[in-house]
Design a binder for this molecule. Structure first.
Ligand code: AMP
Ligand code: ZN
Length: 470
């Protein structure tokens, strides 16, 4: 079997065949660090994390670059509004972003280039485009890309070229398809930019957002690389403009495969800062949800389908994980019952579900089916344990399958917080109280543990301490 992905460029499912066999070089548009990322943004980053993990699961080496947009219209506006330096302003949100990635168990990319560290590369790219006649300087010192000079302009977004208005210009980073026009590569400084500016052959100014991604992706991955991803809102104009700049400069294909994830929506509308219908990861963590639960929710839908955010869905994610945790604990108890001698063959149901999981992720990351395969293992495994049909050695083998699956999902390991010595001591006191039938004392200790955030579960293998949810 081979990994199939939906290429937004061809609008077809294609077998992923990297340029260099065995290695996938990919670029993911990262956050604009002007605020805390919301969980709509994290839907995109989780999709990319699943993609990265699936690539590795399929045996590819991965080189992933995720940029940090730390200069653009929004970051400049934010820094000025707060009266702080752009660097100080964006640093807060860069730090927050990396902390959030950890909370969501997103595996680090190989490179996180920041736009402000790559201004010379961006200037060089603009110079090349000017030299080749794909760009021109406007009266105010800004430099624009001439879309009429690039016959493939609009191919990714399937724009009607007849509708393009030669010579029209757009200075903002974000605009709609109807406003497709020559876009800014370099923006001349104006008073609204405060003290944010870099010297260039065209006078002081700053790069356009689209140019940033072209320069940084090509620096780390070369002029042609395998895969480029983002949320569907990045497809136009951002990715269309990246293609135009990069291919016009190099005369060769920029990216072989493009992948875009659909939006996280609230009541049918894209979750976004501008609509105000958003939750940051931090908002949800404050409400008592764990990163793992939020990851489950965002990972559970197929990436090309929009996903409606509701608290009921988060609650359902919590229940699904509780079910998975209960099984992995049962399995661990059985696996540890007697140390297995010879490794045992996998039970047939586990082999089948493991294969179904692989087939699902190789089919354009079909997460709905992948999770169904996981829950088949849980269902059949629980039944086998109920009927005492799973030997300790087989339990170890099933654990191996789950570990493989979790290399992709990163959902099965619990966020284990170990009880400290005081909590352990209380637990032992409770055991003694129970043995001597001091029930009131035993209950008192249980309540005290509850106040400290711990619940006791009496299991056949003895009492266990668990973090109280919420
Ligand atoms: P930004 O910080 O606005 O550049 O967005 C960062 C990433 O989040 C981009 O890949 C966007 O496409 C993506 N994104 C923004 N809003 C949503 C949403 N509601 N659902 C899914 N992805 C989103
Ligand atoms: Zn980008």
């Amino acid at each position: 079997m081979a990994l199939q992905i939906f290429n937004s460029l061809s609008q077809r499912l294609e077998v992923l065949e990297p340029i260099e066999p065995g290695q996938v070089r990919f670029y993911t548009c990262g956050p604009t660090v002007y605020n805390f990322a919301h969980i709509g943004n994290f839907r995109a980053y989780i999709f990319e994390d699943l993609l990265r993990r699936v690539l590795k699961y399929c045996g590819f080496k991965v080189i992933q670059v995720m940029n940090l947009t730390d200069v653009d219209d929004k970051t400049i506006r934010g820094a000025i509004a707060q009266g702080v330096d752009l660097t100080a302003f964006t640093q807060t949100f860069k730090n927050a972003f990396f902390a959030d990635l950890k909370t969501l168990r997103i595996e680090p990319a190989e490179f996180y280039p920041a736009a402000t560290d790559h201004i010379p590369e961006m200037i060089t790219l603009v110079e090349t485009l000017l030299a080749k006649g794909h760009a021109y300087r406007a009266d105010d010192g800004s430099v624009y890309f001439r879309i009429a000079s690039f016959p493939n302009y609009g191919r990714l977004a399937r724009l009607d070229r007849e509708g393009l208005r030669p010579g029209a210009r757009v200075a903002q980073d974000e605009y709609a398809k109807d406003d497709a026009a020559d876009f800014a590569l370099w923006k001349a400084w104006d008073a609204a930019d405060g003290n944010v500016r870099w010297e260039s052959p065209w006078g002081p100014g700053r790069p356009g957002w689209h140019l940033e991604c072209s320069a940084m992706s090509m620096k780390y991955l070369g002029p042609t690389f395998d895969l480029h991803t983002g949320g569907i809102d990045n497809l136009f104009p951002h990715h269309e403009d990246e293609i135009a700049q990069s291919e016009a400069a190099n005369g060769q294909q920029f990216v072989k495969y493009w992948m875009h994830c659909a939006h996280l929506v609230v009541d049918g509308r894209k979750m976004s800062k501008s609509l105000g219908n958003f939750y940051t990861l931090r908002d949800l963590v404050e409400k008592g949800y764990t990163g793992r639960e939020i990851r489950y929710l965002l990972a559970s839908a197929n990436y090309r389908q929009s996903l409606n955010f509701t608290f009921d869905a988060l609650q359902a994610a919590r229940s699904s994980l509780a079910r998975a945790d209960e099984f992995t604990e049962r399995l661990a108890t059985q696996a540890g019952a007697i140390p297995p001698g010879q490794p045992a063959p996998l039970p047939g149901w586990a082999t089948e579900a493991g294969a179904a999981f692989r087939a699902a992720v190789e089919n354009d990351l079909n997460m709905a089916e992948a999770l169904a395969a996981l829950f088949r293992i849980i269902h059949d495994g629980n039944r086998a344990l109920d009927h005492k049909e799973l030997s300790p050695a087989q339990a170890v083998a099933v654990q191996g399958v789950l570990a493989d699956i979790d290399g992709v999902l990163a959902l099965l390991q619990t966020d284990e917080v170990r009880p400290d010595a005081a909590v352990q001591a209380l637990m032992e006191q409770r055991q003694t109280a129970r043995k001597t039938k001091q029930w009131a004392e035993s209950d008192r200790i249980r309540d005290e543990l509850d106040r400290l955030g711990w619940v006791i579960q009496d299991t056949p293998a003895g009492p266990k301490l668990k973090r109280r949810p919420g």
